[in-house]
Design a protein around this ligand. Structure first.
Ligand code: NAD
Ligand code: ZN
Ligand code: ZN
Length: 370
C-alpha cells in the first residue's frame, strides 16, 4: 500500500512530506493506522545531526493507532485493537528483559539502523529503503511495526492523547520516580520543562517531593509546571541551586533531573553542584554519541558520594509503565490533555518543530488524516 509520511533524507535537511510504498506485515508484525504522533525533541536531534542515524528515515517515535492487519499466525493482536507504541521494543526474554530491565532490551540494537527485527525495511521509494525512527516511524499515516513495540490499550481512551505515553510521559515520570527515586519530603530540581520535563514534575510531585523546583528560561513552561505540581519556578540553574540550598538549610537537593532539549556539560555541572551528599543527578536529556557532555570534579563524587545516573525510558519497563500511566490518567491523577499545546497536520510538521524550538509548545501533536 501507499502512505504519506514525514521523512529526513540526511543531516540538516527539513522534514519532507513524501509518499512511500509500505510492505505488508510479516509474522510478528502489525499494520497500524496511526492516529496521532507526539513531536518529541529526539526526532529533531536526527534533523540537526546531534544524533546521527542511518538516513533516509521516517520520523516519529511517540504514537498510537489502530491495528489494521496482523502478519502470520498466532498473534496476540487482532484487527481493531488500539495500541500505544513504545519507543523501545521489548522481546521479553533477553537477559535484560529477564531481569526486569526491559527498557534495556537487546532489541534496542535495532535503533542503530532502524530496521525491523529481521533486519529488513518496510518503507520504500524509488528503490531506496527508509528506516523507522525507533523502529516505529509514527510520522506516517500507516506503518508496519514489530509486535514487540506495541502495547494494547483500552478502546475507550482517547487515541490521540494517549500517544504521549509512548515516550515523553513515561520517560519524564520515570526520571523522577524510578531513576531519581524521589521520596516523600524530598527536594527535587528539574532542568528543562518540555514534553519530558513536565512529566518529571508530575512524577516528583506524585512521589511526595516537598519542594519541586522547575527550571526553564521560558515563562509559559514555568506557569504550566506550577499547575502540574512545581512548588517553585526559576529561570536558570544558578538560581535553582541557591534556592535548593535555601530550602534545605544548606544541604542541597535530593535529586537534580536533567530534561533540557540538548545535553551540555554546563547543565550537568550545575545539576551536580545542586545535589546534597549522596544526592542523585539523573541524565535523561540527550546529546550526540561523539560529544563529551560530562566534566565534573571527581573528588566531589567520591567525598560526597554524589551519584550520576543515565535514564532511558525513565528506567521503567515499557509494557508495565504505559498501562500504569494510562490508569493514572483515567483516575485523573496524571494530566495528559493539558500537555498538548498545539495540534498539527502532517504537512505542518516543520512548523510544529519550529514552535517546539521557539518554546511555544509543551508538546505538539501531529494528528493524521486518512
Ligand atoms: N532518555 C530518554 O529515554 C529520552 C526520551 C525522550 C527524550 N529524551 C531527550 O530528553 C530531552 C528533552 O526532550 P523534550 O521532548 O522534553 O524537549 P523539549 O524541547 O520539549 O523541552 C526542552 C526544554 O528545555 C528547556 N531548556 C533548554 N535549555 C535549558 C537550560 N539550560 N536550562 C533549563 N531549561 C532549558 C527548553 O526551554 C524546553 O522547555 C531531549 O534531549 C530528548 O532527546 C530522552
Ligand atoms: Zn521521545
Ligand atoms: Zn529483551
Amino acid at each position: 500500500m501507499r502512505t504519506k509520511a514525514a521523512v529526513l533524507r540526511g543531516i540538516g535537511s527539513d522534514w519532507e512530506i513524501t509518499e512511500l510504498e509500505l510492505d505488508p506485515p510479516k509474522a510478528g508484525e502489525v499494520l497500524i493506522r496511526f492516529t496521532a504522533a507526539g513531536l518529541c525533541h529526539s526526532d529533531d536531534h536526527l534533523r540537526t545531526g546531534d544524533i546521527p542515524v542511518r538516513y533516509p528515515i521516517v520520523g516519529g517515535h511517540e504514537g498510537a493507532g489502530v491495528v489494521e492487519e496482523v502478519g502470520g499466525e498466532g498473534s496476540r493482536f487482532r484487527p481493531g485493537d488500539h495500541v500505544v507504541c513504545s519507543f523501545l521494543p521489548v522481546c521479553g526474554h533477553c537477559r535484560f528483559c529477564a531481569r526486569g530491565m526491559s527498557n534495556l532490551c537487546d532489541m534496542g540494537a535495532l535503533l542503530v539502523k532502524n530496521y525491523l527485527p529481521d533486519h529488513t525495511y518496510r518503507f520504500h521509494a524509488d528503490g531506496e529503503d527508509f528506516g523507522q525512527m525507533c523502529v516505529l516511524g509514527t510520522f506516517s499515516q500507516w506503518g508496519v511495526v514489530s509486535e514487540a513495540s506495541c502495547v494494547k490499550v483500552d478502546e475507550d481512551l482517547p487515541l490521540e492523547t494517549v500517544a504521549l505515553v509512548g515516550c515523553g510521559v513515561a520517560t519524564g515520570w520515570g526520571t523522577a520516580v524510578h531513576a531519581g527515586d524521589v521520596r516523600p519530603g524530598d527536594t527535587t530540581v528539574i532542568y528543562g520543562i518540555g514534553g519530558v520535563g513536565i512529566n518529571a514534575v508530575q512524577g516528583a510531585a506524585f512521589a511526595g517531593a516537598r519542594n519541586v523546583i522547575a527550571v526553564d528560561p521560558v515563562p509559559a513552561k514555568l506557569a504550566m509546571a506550577s499547575k502540574l505540581g512545581a512548588t517553585h519556578t526559576v529561570a536558570d540553574a544558578e538560581t535553582a541551586r541557591e534556592l535548593a540550598r535555601e530550602l534545605t538549610r544548606g544541604v542541597g537537593a535530593d535529586q537534580a533531573l536533567i530534561t533540557v532539549g540538548l545535553l551540555t556539560d554546563e547543565i550537568v555541572a550545575a545539576a551536580f553542584a545542586a545535589v546534597r551528599k549522596r544526592g542523585t543527578v539523573v541524565v535523561t536529556a540527550l546529546a550526540g554519541p561523539g560529544k563529551q557532555t560530562i566534566a565534573l570534579p571527581g573528588s566531589e563524587l567520591t567525598l560526597f558520594e554524589k551519584r550520576i545516573v543515565g535514564s532511558l525510558f525513565g528506567s521503567g519497563n515499557p509494557f508495565e509503565e504505559i498501562p500504569r500511566m494510562l490508569e493514572l490518567y483515567r483516575a485523573g491523577r496524571l494530566k495528559l490533555d493539558e500537555l498538548i499545546t498545539a495540534r498539527y497536520r502532517l504537512e505542518d510538521v516543520n512548523q510544529g518543530y519550529q514552535d517546539m524550538l521557539d518554546g511555544r509548545n509543551m508538546r505538539g501533536l501531529l494528528v493524521h488524516e486518512h
